[in-house]
Write a protein that binds this ligand. Structure first.
Ligand SMILES: NC(=O)c1ccc[n+]([C@@H]2O[C@H](COP(=O)([O-])OP(=O)(O)OC[C@H]3O[C@@H](n4cnc5c(N)ncnc54)[C@H](O)[C@@H]3O)[C@@H](O)[C@H]2O)c1
Length: 354
């Protein structure tokens, strides 16, 4: 019963596609059975490197392959919606890279396609599975923080614009800069740790101070010097939740941010205790009598987050269960991102109705 390997098709053989192909080659009960990329030689090269039997000439050909049960989509953000909807309509389970789509309307259409298909839709937010995220979540579930009423999250790269001029820095293809790229990870993780309250109001600003001048460029991604830069390089926002909590978010690809960590961070403030996560270190703090006491949090044991995420995808398919990084979480993230961009344009706080 259902114990045959789940055969996965990889759409997109770039940086993240390569990571998924490597990870899934170690996952029991699943295999990457086919790969495709608009740049076919890259798909062929990856197929050789990872021992993948089939290379399809297009996403359409891969989706029409009835030997394929599930797909992973790892292509520029602009193409997420059309490929995700096509995959679900072809009856494939789907692991979709972040951000879900370039805007909330496209994300909503993906969620609807998943509902209509009855297939598994899972977002690729591996940060929920890091050893520290799991340890922190266990403490929160144990009630150690009480009610989390305020959080501060961010990721401030100081000189980290990826692939200047490539799809990453073109609004039409990416939907935005660091906010939609790395901010979406921090939004996702902090809401998850806060207990997934509904965002109801968003106020924010975005800035583009370095990218247009070709400054603040990082060492990853492939630049395209014939390309251009029309996205933000820093975003700052305040999000109010329906349970009264607030979340502030600051992200950048390039910024003068003296003294602030470059690593991703989340500070959670609760009625019984607080936790800070900065890079690979987490600290718990509470009152003991009149004293403030702190304790380092040990990461949980277990595999790397990407392996745990891959196994969760396989388990959700086998057991027909809702992934913890569900379609709804992807859609919620996209609604917040849209609201931050809109607030920045209009100067108003944006209310979100659910
Ligand atoms: N979860 C994470 O930590 C993480 C990390 C990196 C990237 N990502 C996400 O993964 C996606 C891809 O990013 P990347 O860094 O791999 O980019 P990339 O540019 O390295 O690779 C994208 C690949 O997609 C191919 N492609 C473009 N359009 C296509 C189409 N219509 N059909 C098939 N192939 C197509 C390109 O030829 C390229 O090989 C983005 O959405 C990004 O946000 C997620």
């Amino acid at each position: 019963m259902g114990l045959e390997k789940i055969r996965i098709g990889m759409i997109g053989a770039g940086a993240i596609g390569n990571v998924h192909m490597e990870v899934f080659s170690h996952i029991e009960g699943a295999e990457i059975a086919a790969v495709t990329d608009v740049y076919l030689p890259l798909a062929q090269q990856r197929a050789q490197e990872h021992g993948i039997k089939k290379v399809h000439v297009s996403p359409q050909a891969l989706l029409e392959d009835d030997q394929i049960d599930a797909v992973i989509i790892g292509v520029p953000n602009k193409f997420h919606a059309e490929l995700a909807i096509a995959a679900l309509q072809q009856g494939k389970h789907l692991l979709l890279e972040k951000p879900m789509a370039i805007n909330a309307e496209e994300a909503r259409l993906i969620v609807e396609a998943a509902k209509a298909s009855g297939k598994i839709l899972m977002m690729s937010h591996q940060m929920r599975w890091t050893p520290l995220s799991r340890a922190v979540k266990a403490m929160i579930d144990n009630g150690d923080l009480g009610h989390i009423y305020n959080a501060k999250a961010g990721w401030l790269r100081k000189k980290g614009i990826p692939g200047w001029g490539s799809w990453f820095t073109r609004m039409e293809q990416s939907g935005g800069g660091p906010l939609i790229d790395i901010g979406v990870h921090m939004l996702d993780l902090s809401q998850y740790l806060m207990g997934s309250p509904k965002p109801i109001s968003v106020y924010g600003s975005t800035y583009s101070e370095f990218g247009p001048q070709r400054r603040g460029i990082g060492s990853w991604g492939t630049p395209d010097w014939n390309g251009f830069y029309d996205v933000e390089d820093l975003a700052s926002a305040l999000i109010k939740m329906d349970n009264g909590a607030t979340l502030s978010l600051e992200v950048s690809w390039a910024a003068h941010a003296a003294g602030l960590p470059e690593a991703p961070f989340i500070y959670l403030m609760g009625t019984k205790g607080g936790i800070s996560i900065v890079g690979k270190q987490a600290t718990f703090e509470t009152y003991e009598g009149d004293e403030v006491i702190t304790k380092e949090i040990e990461p949980q044991e277990g595999d790397d987050e990407r392996y745990l995420m891959a196994r969760h995808f396989v388990a959700c398919i086998r057991e027909g269960k809702e992934p913890i990084t569900s379609g709804l979480s992807g859609y919620t993230n996209n609604r917040i991102l849209d609201a931050i961009y809109e607030s920045s344009r209009t100067g108003d706080a944006i209310k979100l109705a659910w």
